[in-house]
Design a protein around this ligand. Structure first.
Ligand code: GLC
Length: 803
């Protein structure tokens, strides 16, 4: 069963041999975007190259360097015309005709158009009027806030051509998403630095130290003319679709001052019949104009080498923990795109849109590919936990609302990190609390759990306070008595993981204590929160349940169904029943809804969620996070087929036909959610690609729980729970410095079975490979056998005989 993806949409296709996606029609229904980044800068690049580039150098606040439209329609209230940036115009000087290599904003008819998004790079290739043009954008690895552009032109017209090229950027210098007022503009200037061949734009040019408010555009080809004034380049009554300078064929060499700061650079190019030319540009930020010279030296003339280094890095990333299954799309998502999204999340969660729980989950997401980042995130997050055990809602900006789940996420990330790395020394590191005092890492975690233990309500469940994972349940516990069933389930799972850690550390008293706490919580959940066909979501300050048959709206929430499975709270019978309820009430063709039916009346005892439009955000969308959690829960109950079914619904790229048209999402990237069926006009349309905490789980669950290759304190556990149709799969896993090539065989078409293991040709008892020697390479076979298998008995005999 080789699932070769049918995903040849009207907009593009995946490359045969990899994960790169090529868009052949730039008029996608919404932005099909890519993110490119390094430690200082991140760039959003849409299918026409436009987008934004934001930077935040160490220790500084984040700044938008230049910006185009963030997304089509999501936040950009001014529409697509608003502040286009990253534009390349080509003008044929013989005829005066002009177009954009990246199609918009001129939108000239093209002979061909292909925008390829790959991990870390985007290349647009177009053919217009016998000129084949390529525009490649990438961000080099490291700490320089720069984007590198390469432009290549080829004359296929059979006649000599005289062309002018105009590269155009809108420079912004906004702190975060600050407001661009007149007051903001009067501090701006743009000029040409001839010796450096750079258009330089700055806000507060005279302020020292300068704080990286200089943007620039420089090239290895001579900039023959420039414009720094938008009015001069575009003209007061023209638009970016027919800028006056491009119409006329030359920039005006007008510096910019106290106005919309742009950088336009003109290049003149003569192409012989069949001639070709190529050159590069650096777009970047700096704190001192003179430093542009050093950046030129570092990159210009070496752009291909930098690009090759990036490709090598991405190739290594793809190879690290690579899976091979009968489903090609599963592989490309797991091996490439989900890793990209998880790395982007973990690198840029500091930017400010993410809160505590999101950041800590991003740490979890990269544990198998960049554990040092996980460590760094943990040590930072711990500093924003208070003595009481409670942590902030967010620290960038500081948000002290008492969301009672914040600190709990530390457990999942810490445990995953310890199992992956064996770095037990982390537990003893001393970290200050946000308010006062200091404790070891383990001490912090104990506080987090003690806080939840000592903050329970009338049903013996954890108090929700201002809220929990569901950010919008802000009214339920505002008087301090509301309780969260979800938080209680998550806490039970955290206690299980901590009891296991205590066992490993030989701290028996703590282990027993955590197990006892877990048992009490599970009992409270099962006696107080089972609603007959599913688990309720919470109890408000007056003890009234939410997510119950008794409610008019939001009778069932997905959070408590998925976590009833993850935490093991549900008996087999209840698990079966709640899954049926989810299928019946929350099931859609693209995954499960967060809740149903959506709220349609504001209710202060519930909070913000009840005032959201139906079918958006928490109020009844198909939330990616909940679907990957459901997948995890189903896998824990041995339901590989069902988990795979959910995976194929929620993952972009599987759904075809009308539904794909409704989804309007790039088939290579998860979105935060899809609008629900109750949305007023766009049911099932995606909302926010890339920016979703769910990618942390998409980057762990398929490989670790479905293919079942899972780090443990004592070794690598092999415990697959597969779609029964998958007869064999492979995983290449780096673990504690060793590399394992693991072949999984499923000859009996099971979902889960007894695992029969061989390590380098020798049979192994149980399903755990022992801790390896760093640097070693191993070959492993894992065969799934029915529970009472004679083959397994045979293997046991071989083990006994030491074969
Ligand atoms: C948003 C928030 C996240 C929250 C989720 C559900 O994605 O960033 O913290 O858990 O919504 O409310």
């Amino acid at each position: 069963m080789h699932c070769r993806l049918r995903m040849k949409t009207t907009y593009g296709h995946f490359q045969e041999d990899g994960a790169d996606f090529t868009i052949t029609n730039p008029q996608t229904p919404r932005a099909f975007d890519n993110f490119l980044w390094n430690e200082s800068v991140f760039s959003n690049v849409q299918q026409t190259g436009v987008g934004y580039c934001d930077y935040q150098v160490e220790g500084k606040e984040g700044v938008q360097l230049f910006t185009g439209v963030g997304r089509i329609c999501d936040f950009d209230v001014f529409g697509r015309d608003h502040l286009m940036s990253r534009l390349i115009y080509v003008r044929d000087n013989a005829t005066g005709e002009f177009w954009n290599i990246n199609w918009e904003p001129v939108r000239r008819a093209y002979t061909s158009y292909a925008c390829t998004h790959g991990p870390g790079h985007t290349t647009i290739r177009t053919e217009v009027e016998g000129i084949v043009a390529e525009f490649r954008i990438f961000v080099p690895s490291g700490h320089d806030p720069v984007e590198l552009w390469s432009i290549r032109l080829q004359n296929t017209s059979g006649r000599e051509r005289s062309l002018s090229l105009f590269a155009y950027n809108q420079f912004q210098f906004k702190y975060k998403w600050g407001f661009d007022s007149y007051g903001d503009m009067i501090f701006r200037g743009v000029w040409m630095n001839r010796p450096l061949n750079a258009v330089v734009a700055s806000k507060h040019p005279f302020r020292k130290p300068h704080d990286h408010l200089i943007g620039f555009m420089t090239s290895d080809r001579e900039i023959v003319a420039f414009d720094g004034s938008r009015d001069a380049f575009v003209g007061p009554y023209n638009s970016l679709a027919d800028p006056r300078a491009v119409v006329a064929g030359h920039c005006t060499n007008t510096a910019g001052s106290s106005e919309a700061t742009i950088g336009a650079a003109q290049f003149d190019i003569s192409l012989a019949t069949d001639g070709e030319t190529a050159f590069s540009l650096i777009i970047g930020a700096t704190d001192e104009e003179e430093k542009i010279g050093a950046l030129r030296d570092r990159y210009l003339g070496k752009v291909e080498a930098w690009f090759q280094a990036l490709l090598d890095e991405k190739k290594a990333l793809k190879k690290r923990n690579r899976v091979r299954t009968p489903d090609q799309h599963f592989d490309r998502m797991v091996n490439t795109w989900v890793k990209q999204a998880a790395l982007f999340g973990s690198t840029w969660c500091r930017w400010g849109w993410n809160g505590y729980r999101d950041i800590v989950q991003h740490g979890l997401g990269v544990v198998a590919i960049q554990p040092e980042r996980t460590r760094e995130i943990l040590l930072t997050a711990l500093q924003y936990q208070c003595q009481s055990g409670l942590a902030l809602r967010g620290w960038n900006p500081v948000d002290e609302k008492a969301y009672s789940d914040s600190a709990l996420w530390l457990v999942f990330t810490l445990v995953a990190y310890l199992k992956e790395t064996g770095d037990m020394a982390l537990l003893d590191e001393s970290v200050p609390f946000y308010d006062r005092g200091t404790a070891s890492v383990l001490g912090h975690i104990e506080r987090a759990l003690d806080f939840l233990e000592s903050n329970k309500g009338a049903h013996d469940l954890c108090l929700i306070k201002f809220g929990d994972w569901n950010d919008s349940l802000t009214g339920v516990g505002k008087e301090g008595r509301g309780e969260s069933v979800w938080l209680s389930q998550a806490c039970a799972e955290a206690l299980r993981q901590m009891a296991e850690l205590m066992h490993h550390l030989d701290r028996t008293a703590r282990e027993i204590e955590y197990e006892a706490r877990r048992a009490r919580l599970l009992q409270a959940i099962n006696t107080q929160a089972w609603d007959g066909d599913w688990y309720t979501r919470c109890f408000d300050d007056n003890g009234k349940p939410l997510g119950s048959h008794r409610n008019e709206f939001a009778r069932i929430f997905m959070e408590t169904q998925s976590w009833a499975l993850i935490s093991g709270a549900a008996s087999e019978e209840r698990a079966e029943r709640l899954i049926e309820s989810c299928d019946d009430i929350l099931g859609t063709p693209v995954g499960y809804l967060l809740l149903a039916p959506s709220y349609k009346q504001e209710d202060p005892s519930i909070g913000r969620i009840s005032s959201l439009e139906p079918g958006i955000c928490e109020n009844g969308t198909v939330y990616s996070h909940l679907n990957i959690w459901m997948i995890l829960g189903l896998l824990r109950y041995g339901m590989g087929d069902k988990a795979y079914e959910v995976f194929k619904k929620i993952t972009p790229g599987y759904v075809d036909g009308d539904m794909a048209l409704k989804q309007k999402c790039p088939p290579y990237m998860y979105a935060n959610c899809y609008f629900g069926p109750e949305h007023r006009n766009n049911s099932f349309q995606m909302e926010f690609t890339w920016i979703t905490g769910s990618v942390a789980w998409f980057n762990t669950v398929p490989a670790q729980e479905m293919l079942g290759v899972r780090p443990d304190y004592q070794g690598l556990v092999i415990d697959p729970c597969l779609p029964s149709a998958w007869e064999n799969c492979e995983v290449e896993r780096t673990f504690r410095g060793a590399i394992y090539h693991i072949e999984i065989f499923n000859p009996h078409q099971l979902q889960r079975g007894m695992v029969s293991l061989t390590l380098d040709g020798r049979a192994i008892e149980g399903n755990r490979l022992p801790l390896p020697k760093a640097g070693s390479h191993h070959h492993v076979t894992a065969t799934l056998l029915p529970a009472e298998s004679p083959e397994k008995a045979g293997i046991a005999q071989l083990v006994e005989a030491g074969i």
